[in-house]
Design a binder for this molecule. Structure first.
Ligand code: SF4
Length: 231
């Protein structure tokens, strides 16, 4: 496309039918008019060519990537993957819903730096929905909770407990409930079970977590073990 020698106007016309393509009618870089006979003309034209060449729409219209899904949409910044400096990549599963999309968790200096879709996952083949794509915020966001809120029986205020204290309290309660609800026999039949607690899993539990929960609760003698997302 020939560059205008004098200031013109930018006009972008969207075609009347559904399309990603827009047409550039004319271009104005906003500078002064340049006399073609002066020394700075060539460099001004080169600068303008470079400027317009960095515009994805221009590349889309003039190159081979007419749908703007590949080279035309790439910027200089996106040519270096933000995960290229990671020390390790850990395979994981999206924590949000029962689809269970695969994730690659990138770690650098012991910290999670990026979470992306796992191309090896037969479930999602590298894709994540917008919620799964934002998983990094779940692990590193400012609002992540590192304490447990607890209100004691008959208490009127919430208090913060550290995780170790909360885990000890849960273990004490599980053991006490197991003991209270224990049944060696029922109607003369050996049962060796507890009705003191049950497990109801949610959709965000993945296969491995459900497996471990089932193992643990069965080993403790529980018989009421369920998941709301089973199909
Ligand atoms: S990426 Fe989206 S669809 Fe996939 S498991 Fe996570 S929340 Fe569900």
């Amino acid at each position: 496309m020939p560059l205008p020698e004098t200031p013109a106007t930018i006009t972008i016309t969207r075609f009347p039918y559904p399309t990603r393509v827009v047409a550039i009618v004319a271009v104005n870089t906003g500078g002064e008019a340049v006399d073609p006979d002066t020394e700075g003309y060539a460099s001004t034209v080169a600068r303008r060519r470079s400027w317009i060449g960095s515009w994805p729409v221009y590349r889309q219209l003039t190159g081979t990537d007419r749908r703007g899904l590949g080279a035309a949409a790439k910027s200089d910044r996106s040519r270096v993957a933000r995960t290229s400096t990671a020390d390790a990549v850990v395979k994981s599963v999206c924590p949000y819903c029962a689809v269970g999309c695969g994730q690659n968790v990138f770690v650098q200096d012991g910290k999670v730096t990026q979470i992306e879709g796992d191309p090896d996952s037969p479930v999602s083949r590298g894709r994540l929905c917008p919620k799964g794509s934002a998983s990094l915020q779940l692990t590193t966001g400012d609002s992540r909770q590192y304490t447990v809120r607890y209100r004691r029986p008959f208490g009127t205020k919430w208090e913060d407990l550290d995780l170790d204290t909360a885990m000890d309290m849960i273990a004490d309660r599980v053991l006490a409930a197991r003991r209270r609800g224990w049944q060696w026999e029922v109607d003369g039949d050996r049962t060796r079970r507890t009705l003191g607690f049950a497990s109801l899993g949610g959709a965000t539990l993945d296969n491995e977590e459900n497996y471990l929960i089932k193992k643990l609760f069965t080993a403790l003698g529980a018989i009421q073990i369920e998941n709301q997302a089973r199909i």
